[in-house]
Design a protein around this ligand. Sequence first.
Ligand SMILES: Cc1ncc(C[n+]2csc(CCOP(=O)(O)OP(=O)(O)O)c2C)c(N)n1
Length: 299
Amino acid sequence: MENKDVKKLGELSKEYMQFETPEVFTWCGDCGNYGIQNALKRALALEGLGRQDVVFCYDVGCNGNGSDKIEGYTIHGLHGRVLSLAAGCKLANTKQKVIAAAGDGATFSEGPQHLIHAVRNNYPMVFIFHNNENYGLTTGQASALSPCGSHRNGTPGEVTIPPLNPLQFVLSLGATFVARAFSGEVSNLTEVLRDAINHDGFAFVEVLQACPTYNKETPDEWYAARVKDVRELANYDRADIWQARKLVEDVGDDFYLGILYEDKNRVSFMGTQKYRDGVSTELVEEVKHYDISEFLKDL
Ligand SMILES: Cc1ncc(C[n+]2csc(CCOP(=O)(O)OP(=O)(O)O)c2C)c(N)n1
């Protein structure tokens, strides 16, 4: 999966390096998070975005430990709650791009309610969904996405409950941008993230990632042998919701990567807020200071 633009990065090293930090990486060797972090920095550099243009919102988990490995405005929220924080950031200042990240444990066990409403409201932001099919940071317990028959810490025998289908779930909610990528295909992931950054609405990007320490059953090589580019499918129309739903339902042996669904017609949450039409200030600039000492006097 070649991407011509990624080759241009040599000319963009300053733009890329502005997101580097001196922090020491604490992820295990071969963790998929390296590829994701690298692709994100590439995508930002290629889109010409500066540190001041973006807010990064990280959930709790191995993915969340990326929060101090990228330079800029970063927030590290509570487990499963990152999307509500990210929505708040976007509403407060629409001029900034908001990029949120969370694991499969956070997204589909602790925080699905936040996912539902972020999709439903079509908040304009990128959500990088790190899917390593386990709870990585707490040593590899089963998540709602661990496959049946897989072996996970804390589960006697094997996992016996069928996993959720994350892409089918978000498509059923009316998502306007649904993509899948693989952390081992950094060029392709970079390209997907660039499209997600430019989508005016909630962009859900699932990233399949290996967890070399706790999920030995599906290492990078396992994914590499199964991923395919959706653009290789003849007559695939990413504006057709039913093609997308069929594609993500037929899990089979192949994982199609790329933009699987995009609805360019629905306006994002901001476009529905007619009372803000013609307002040139951001909410963050409209915050007022109130003196409440009078109310507190008698307490
Ligand atoms: C509400 C809440 N529940 C549980 C925890 C404990 N906890 C911290 S990290 C973690 C696992 C994170 O797994 P996941 O969200 O899949 O992210 P990963 O580490 O795999 O990137 C858990 C259970 C917590 N911090 N907060």
